[in-house]
Write a protein that binds this ligand. Structure first.
Ligand code: NDP
Length: 255
């Protein structure tokens, strides 16, 4: 049984109860961690507040990761409330919808920039803000997908962003290792969420994954939550800069 009592985790990317971020919050909270959750904007506030009520003593903050001042403000409030931080979960991605429907060749400069800024640069910005609060060491986690490595039709500019995200995990792990801060990514199989619905052909993707993965099914949100709990805990103390697949083994298959 993993015990995170006395530890504090901040989780970015809560849209609703289907969000991977929510599954991660649940596993960390069940293990006793204190939780702060962040949602992007006013529109998402009611849902985030309702969900946070299910957690004992959770803090809840608004933060658009494209806005440096909002990031600084959230971490200042985290410092005031908790003093230190042990886990940062980055469960955020965005690309303009047209970039996920047209041919990759037609990716606009602006869509490329936005996808990289929201889905990749934000990990650097949040890690930089979190590191000074991780005075006892820490664990930083992000979410990636197989489209970083192989062509997944219509994943397009998001695949390129995930490739950059995985490289970013390694560079951050190298910088932050001396401070006992570990940085890892979970590569999750497809899960029906708000963000995933923006990618055309999600039903086909889910069907093919279930058919072809060694476990012959799709991954459950709670399984991603479980892997996140492991990576956040001392059981993973020797693991950094890695991509951990939680995809029912899909990535090992040739076809
Ligand atoms: P969700 O839509 O539930 O979560 C994505 C979150 O990112 C939302 O809360 C979204 O807010 C937030 N976000 C987007 N832009 C910003 C911003 N500028 N500032 C702050 N937050 C922002 O989908 P998932 O849970 O599926 O996605 C979580 C992560 O998991 C993503 O990195 C995704 O790529 C990854 N992943 C998902 C898989 C899947 O099949 N679902 C598979 C593998 C990885 P808003 O709703 O307002 O845009």
């Amino acid at each position: 049984m993993i015990d995170l009592k006395g530890r504090t985790a901040v989780v970015f990317g809560l849209a609703n109860k289907r969000s991977i971020a929510w599954a991660i919050v649940q596993s960390l909270a069940d293990a006793g961690a204190r939780i702060a959750v962040c949602y992007q904007n006013e529109r998402l506030r009611p849902e985030a507040e309702d969900l946070a009520k299910e957690l004992p003593d959770a803090a809840i903050y608004q933060c658009d990761v494209q806005n440096e001042e909002e990031i600084d403000a959230v971490f200042a409030r985290l410092k005031d409330r908790y003093g230190k931080l042990h886990t940062l979960v980055h469960s955020i991605a965005f690309a303009p919808p047209e970039a996920l429907n047209n041919e990759f060749l037609d990716t606009s400069r602006e869509a490329f920039r936005v996808a990289q800024e929201v889905s990749v640069y934000s990990l650097i910005a949040l890690s930089r803000a979190a590191a000074p609060l991780m005075t006892e060491g820490g664990s930083i986690l992000t979410l990636t997908y197989y489209g970083a490595e192989k062509v997944v039709p219509r994943y397009n500019v998001m695949g390129v962003a995930k490739a950059a995200l995985e490289a970013t995990v390694r560079y951050l792990a190298s910088d932050l290792g001396p401070k006992k801060i570990r940085v890892n990514a979970i590569s999750a199989g497809p899960i029906k969420t708000l963000a995933a619905r923006g990618i055309g052909g999600l039903s086909d993707m889910l069907r093919l994954h279930a058919e072809r993965s060694p476990l012959k099914r799709n991954v459950e949100r709670s399984e991603v939550g479980g892997a996140a709990l492991f990576l956040a805990s001392d059981l993973a103390a020797g693991i950094t800069g890695e991509v951990l697949y939680v995809d029912c083994g899909y990535n090992i298959m040739g076809f």
